[in-house]
Each structure stands twice: as structure tokens, then as C-alpha cells.
Write a protein that binds this ligand. Structure first.
Ligand code: 4NP
Length: 150
């Protein structure tokens, strides 16, 4: 079984949404994939996703409220076939930790390598809608491009 780890900074806004969306595709298409998410930082370990991520997921019939934040660990290097990051900071942080199987989600779905904007620093809900839409498109394209969904 192939495995995908989605990584952002806090593991409470972007990567839990990515995890939820990827799990939805896995279920909808009957794929055999192991999906998880983690943060490069430890500030929010053990916490549920942020309120707006839970809300935007809910608006799209997705329940991510039971997910809990964790920090990236050394074992993740060998546990996961694909480590998919949200922005260049995540990419550089994991590169420094020695991760090799790194993918930028913005390289998929026609986003020309764009970073998934960190909605934590944007007031209001609009940013989360954009993040959801971007992740939905990019993750589906990732699965197809990497041959995980035919
Ligand atoms: P995330 O957003 O990386 O999408 O989960 C953040 C959440 C928390 C912090 C930064 C980004 N923080 O600095 O606490």
C-alpha cells in the first residue's frame, strides 16, 4: 500500500484539510492508500484542526474534527512514500531534516508551484475557502499524476 503524508507548519489549518480531502478521494475511488498529516512545528500538538478548517470542510461534507495535530518525526522518512508540503518553508525545513521524497502540492493542478497560503495569518473565512478549493484540485491531480488514481 502506498502512503502519503501531508505537511504544513502547525498541522491545524492546511495539512489536516489536505488529509481529509485525500481520504475522501481514497474512499470515493476505492483506492488503497494510507494518508496522514503532520506539522514541522510543535505548538499545536494534540489539538483539533482550527475552527475555520473544520468549518470549510463541513461545508464540503467532510468531517475533520477528530484529527489531532502531531509533529513530524524521523520515522516519517521511511514510513511514507510521498511527503507532500504546502509551502517552501515546509519544503526547506524537511530538506534540512533529511527528507528526500518531497513534493510541493502547488506543483499540481495548474497552480504553477504556488504555495498554499497560510490561512492562520489571514483574518476571516475567505482564505480557507480558497485553500480548500486549491487543495481539492491539486490533490486530485497529484493522485492522477503520480499514478495513484487511474
Ligand atoms: P498551518 O497553519 O501550518 O496551516 O497549520 C498554522 C497554524 C499555526 C501556526 C502557524 C501556521 N502557528 O504559528 O502557531
Amino acid at each position: 500500500m502506498k502512503s502519503i503524508l501531508f505537511v504544513c507548519l502547525g498541522n491545524i489549518c492546511r495539512s489536516p484539510l489536505a488529509e481529509g480531502i485525500a481520504k475522501k478521494f481514497t474512499q470515493d475511488f476505492g483506492l488503497k492508500l494510507y494518508i496522514d498529516s503532520a506539522g514541522t512545528g510543535d505548538w499545536h500538538v494534540g489539538e483539533a484542526p482550527c475552527e475555520n478548517s473544520i468549518k470549510v470542510a463541513q461545508n464540503n461534507n467532510l468531517d475533520i474534527s477528530k484529527l489531532r495535530a502531531r509533529k513530524i518525526k524521523q520515522e516519517d522518512k521511511t514510513l511514507f512514500d510521498y511527503v507532500v508540503v504546502m509551502d517552501e518553508n515546509n519544503y526547506n525545513d524537511l530538506k534540512k531534516l533529511g527528507f528526500k521524497n518531497l513534493y510541493m502540492i502547488g506543483d499540481y493542478g495548474g497552480f504553477e508551484g504556488a504555495c498554499v497560503p497560510d490561512p492562520y495569518y489571514y483574518p476571516g473565512f475567505e482564505g480557507f475557502d480558497k485553500v480548500y478549493t486549491m487543495l481539492d484540485i491539486a490533490i486530485l491531480d497529484f493522485l492522477k499524476t503520480e499514478g495513484l488514481l487511474r
